[in-house]
Design a binder for this molecule. Structure first.
Ligand code: MTE
Length: 296
């Protein structure tokens, strides 16, 4: 990849709504010189992060139960000490890497991303982490590799995972998606270590895809030349594709994807139009010439 994604706003830059409107009035009064400020503030509003409370109590982590509140109640039983990630398959330096060793090699930065679940809710999350590409370059990807497969830890004695799912939770990306500068391995939230319910100690974040691609508590990464099996696709192939790009034009059988609802908006939360690729247009070139309705 020739470029790195640049984070031009952090949550400290976010202008509270009232202040924004006052400022615009002030600026208009001062001669209307605020155009770039207004555009920036409008974007910042859209990127106003959800609260810590919202992000850490409304979760999907089926290993700890099916209710949105279950992960916050039960994920504390997961032991995340001395975490290792096995990296194998088509790599130059396969191995069992201590997470501490990996993190010491990486630049940890903050990225505020929109996060959109296939169930149509959305949040804005200030993640901390590093680009997956940096990790893949660190271990060296062999030229034959075309996909990256990920696995979540599975420990029956630490999880209340029910039947129906063929554990461990598995996900995958095409290699160019994995190498894209937007794709990150997140180790924290709001500058704090990743809470267990959000996928401690390390998870994937792919902001232009539905949330189920963003696999939590990763212990294994395999480079392969075949499209890897993925949990939701294995369970319901007609409902969940391998690509799972956010797309208002391709509806899930149970959920129209035309609109979304931002968590935290209260009872009268406005539904807003879903943005293709969740607004991350810079990934469109990855899918040129592909029929995104067929490869959903
Ligand atoms: N990873 C694992 N291991 N198990 C899961 O159940 N749920 C996925 C994804 N990663 C899931 C997972 C789904 S459906 C979503 S929407 C996101 O995690 C939710 O992430 P959050 O709880 O941090 O918002």
């Amino acid at each position: 990849m020739a470029f790195r994604w640049k984070n031009d706003l952090t949550y400290k830059d976010v202008t509270p709504e009232a202040a924004f409107w006052n400022r615009r009035q002030v600026m208009a009064g001062a001669g209307g010189l605020a155009l770039s400020g207004v555009a920036g503030a409008a974007q910042a509003q859209d990127l106003e992060p959800n609260t810590w409370e919202e992000i850490t109590t409304y979760n999907n982590f089926y290993e700890f139960g099916l209710d949105k509140g279950d992960p916050a109640k039960y994920a504390h039983t997961l032991n995340t000490d001395d975490w290792h990630i096995t990296i194998d398959g088509l790599v130059d330096k396969p191995g069992d890497y201590a997470l501490d060793e990996i993190v010491s090699q990486m630049d940890i930065e903050e990225r505020i991303y929109r996060f959109r679940c296939v169930e149509t809710w959305s949040m804005v999350v200030p993640w901390n982490g590093f680009e997956l590409a940096d990790l893949l370059n660190f271990v060296g990807v062999k030229p034959e590799a075309k996909y990256v497969a990920f696995e979540t830890v599975f420990r029956r004695d630490e999880m209340r995972a029910g039947g129906g799912i063929d554990w461990p939770y598995r996900e995958g990306l095409r290699l160019d998606e994995a190498m894209h500068p937007l794709t990150m391995m997140a180790t924290g939230l709001y500058g704090k270590p990743m809470p267990k319910q959000n996928g401690a100690p390390i998870r994937l974040v792919v902001p232009w895809k539905y949330g189920f691609k963003s696999i939590k508590s990763i212990i294994k990464i395999t480079l392969t030349d075949k499209e890897p099996p993925t949990t939701w696709n294995m369970l319901q192939p007609r409902e969940y594709g391998f690509y799972a790009n956010v797309n208002p034009e391709v509806s899930h059988p149970r959920w129209s994807q035309a609109q979304e609802r931002r968590i935290g908006g209260g009872l009268f939360a406005r539904r807003t139009p879903t943005l293709k690729f969740n607004g991350y247009d810079e990934v469109a070139s990855l899918y040129e010439g592909m029929d995104l309705a067929a490869k959903f």
